[in-house]
Design a protein around this ligand. Structure first.
Ligand SMILES: *Cc1c(COP(=O)(O)O)cnc(C)c1O
Length: 339
């Protein structure tokens, strides 16, 4: 029997019955008036997990990142990020549009930067040069194939930023995947970052939403910017309740997604139509195909396996909450017999 296995993204998940029930029972109010209890609870809960002072619930990770960049820069400044960075590649040119800031792109290893790479790219004080004011890291790195920073690796970057007066922002769309892989503790992140974006609608499985975490002053400013961008939401507690539920119930289970990814990657490495499987650390798999990737994507789709190409000969699989063991088994069987 053919089933559908959607490996396109970890954003495709639907709320579980228990999450839906939590949403239905949410205490709500007008959050623009500051009266939604569930939104306030989510913001405080997420902030406390990472040792930050305050949080801001936003409709998307793009918005939390863009607000953070706006908070931490002035027009004519420059930020430093890896060339694969989501903030640069997949946020519609928002860095330039929203903040009037230029971007210095570095070539990290699978999107991972070091202090040694960043240091020479910080502009000296000179009227010719844009003022470097911000570094943005991504953990896990989406386009790096779910690669992770450990806190050990982040520490020297944070020290460099402090020394040179730069702010450090984390695009933590998949921060909990990174924490499950590295064994680092969320609470230790506060020491290093000025801002952290956390997506609730990726592996954590909520329908909508991300939170920006920072100190109280930054979040106060961020709240004004969210309003300007049209991100002030009214009875958003229904959505925040899904986030609270996810933080309580869907963090530890990310390990299952990682196990599923390893199983799929192992099978892929044995397939004669696959030329290379990149290292798998979390829930994202990148692999190369001999034939054009889109041809393979179409062949897999005929068997109900949905995925996407990221390059001419490269395909991406992403595991998530809605991928069950029987989906993995089915996908492995199809992959093995694909020709
Ligand atoms: C998904 C994602 C975001 C935010 O995306 P939205 O679709 O706007 O929520 C930000 N950074 C990374 C690395 C992502 O994968």
């Amino acid at each position: 029997m053919q089933i559908t296995v959607d490996l396109r993204s970890d954003t495709v998940t639907k709320p579980t019955p228990a999450m839906l029930e939590a949403m239905m029972n949410a205490k709500i109010g007008d959050d623009v008036f500051g009266e939604d209890e569930s939104v306030a609870e989510l913001e405080q809960k997420a902030a406390a997990m990472f040792g930050m002072e305050a949080g801001l619930f936003c409709p998307s990770g793009t918005m939390t990142n863009q607000i953070a960049i706006k908070c931490f820069t002035q027009p004519m400044d420059e930020l430093i990020a890896d060339q694969t960075a989501h903030v640069y590649r997949y946020e519609g040119g928002g860095i330039a549009f929203n903040s009037g800031v230029s971007t210095r792109l570095l070539n990290g290893y699978r999107g991972i930067l070091t202090a040694e790479m960043i240091e020479p790219e910080i502009n000296a004080e000179n009227i010719h040069y844009p003022h470097t004011s911000l570094v943005v890291l991504e953990n896990t790195v989406n386009k790096g194939g779910g690669s992770c920073y450990t806190l050990e690796q982040i520490k020297p970057i944070a020290e460099l930023c402090k020394e040179r007066g730069l702010k450090l922002h984390l695009d933590g769309a998949r921060i909990f995947n990174a924490l499950m892989h590295t064994g680092d503790k969320a609470i230790d992140y506060e020491k290093y970052f000025d801002g952290i974006s956390v997506c609730l609608s990726k592996g954590l499985g909520t329908p909508v939403g991300s939170v920006l975490l920072a100190d109280k002053e930054t979040i106060h400013k961020a709240r004004r910017i969210r309003k300007v961008l049209g991100g002030g939401m009214r009875q958003a507690g229904f959505l925040a309740a899904a986030g609270i539920y996810a933080l309580d119930h869907h963090v530890e289970r990310l390990k299952i997604d990682h196990q599923h990814a390893l199983l799929l990657a192992n099978e892929l490495s044995k397939c004669n139509w696959v030329s290379q499987v990149l290292p798998v650390e979390t829930n994202i798999m990148l692999f190369d195909t001999f034939e054009p990737a889109d041809l393979i994507v179409n062949k897999l789709a005929e068997h109900g396996i949905k995925c996407g190409s990221t390059d001419k000969n490269r395909i991406r699989f992403v595991t998530h909450l809605d991928i069950q063991p029987h989906h993995v088994e089915y996908a492995m069987k199809i992959m093995k017999n694909l020709n």
